[in-house]
Design a protein around this ligand. Sequence first.
Ligand code: AMP
Length: 426
Amino acid sequence: MPSAPPIKAARGVRDILPAERAAWRWVEEAARATARNYGYQEIETPILEQVELIERVGEDTDAAGKELFRVQPMGGQRLALRPEATVGVVRAYFEGALHQHPQPVRLFFTGAMFRHDAPQKLRYRQFYQFDVEAIGDASPALDAEVIEVAWEWLASVGLARVRLLLNSIGDSVCRPAYLEALRAYYRPLRDQLCPQCRDRIETNPLRLLDCKEDGCQALKAGAPRSIDHLCEPCARHFEEVRRLLDRAGIEYSLDPFLVRGLDYYTRTVFELQHESLGGAQNALGGGGRYDGLAAAINWQDTPGVGFAGGIDRVVHVLREEGQEVVSAPAAELIVLTEPNGGEDLAGPAAELARIARAVVPTAVDYSGRSLRAQMRAAGKADAHWVAIINADEAAARRARLRDMPAHEQREVTWEELAGLLANAGT
Ligand code: AMP
């Protein structure tokens, strides 16, 4: 045994082992299927982005500040691991000239995000999101559509008890007056706020509503509400989003203090919560309209709306609810070898496996253990079939094919094997 402790995974990250990967894949596949069903196309953006891109859209936000995973510069560019998807997708939309396509452009992807937050249950430093973006159109119909995609995704994986919270935080016309009203409310309460919120009164008062500290939470109740300060176009937009959600049969609650952590959001913001997730990590996903984002990263002013859902959390809730997604067995057929006198049967076993693989996923037990032990291992691995060969059978290109659940065994030639398996339809 080595004297030093075994090397483990980095703090706040985790492995998705095969037993969990099946549920994971299912949730991802549901995401893809739902997005495609609404006419969204898959995109992939890099995990590495220039720090500037991320800082530009949220100087005062955690995602751009203390939570950002900065990568040690090895050359000229300052780089970071992406903390969220939207800004990269919007950058790609322009760099890939998608803005010259018919608008809106509907995009989605699933991938890893990175935030250097204090790790805790359901809050990881590397986590996975399903991301949906509709860019290039300011219509409230797209806000409702993106919400519907998120909603349908959760419904399609079988999640009930999902709560949709909705708010509008106005735009560059009406928000300044609202922020002033917030400041006026909070200034006299400054001493009762947490230190970070004290600073936020002047820099980013919207985020005071987002603070999870008990003291700050309590003061929120009396704060002015953004929906009471919307300009006429923002109010009309919000009304239309609500009307469309009603028509789609999607229930929501208005949450006048729901804001998004990033600064470029305008008008509609929403969050999907699940009641089984308690505390601060109760959100399965969230999103909103970001009409200010493109200009903030120096591209032409372009509206957009999007959603990001947490795959880790959806998988977690599914398991909590007892929804078992059975993982596929490692192999449906395992070739076992029974050496009569120490012959090396690896070559023939591999050849037989190659034949079987034309029909079913096939592995070989190369261990040389007793046949009993190999059978036991194949049973544990949930293999439907085993094909056993000894040296004589290998020479005659024959095998014993065993149907494990049926406890039936028959002699077959290697040439017959593929046809038999295909007819058995496993
Ligand atoms: P956000 O961009 O912060 O609104 O994140 C969207 C969704 O991603 C959240 O609702 C969570 O489900 C998920 N999420 C965000 N941060 C984390 C994290 N650190 N660990 C796991 N899931 C996360």
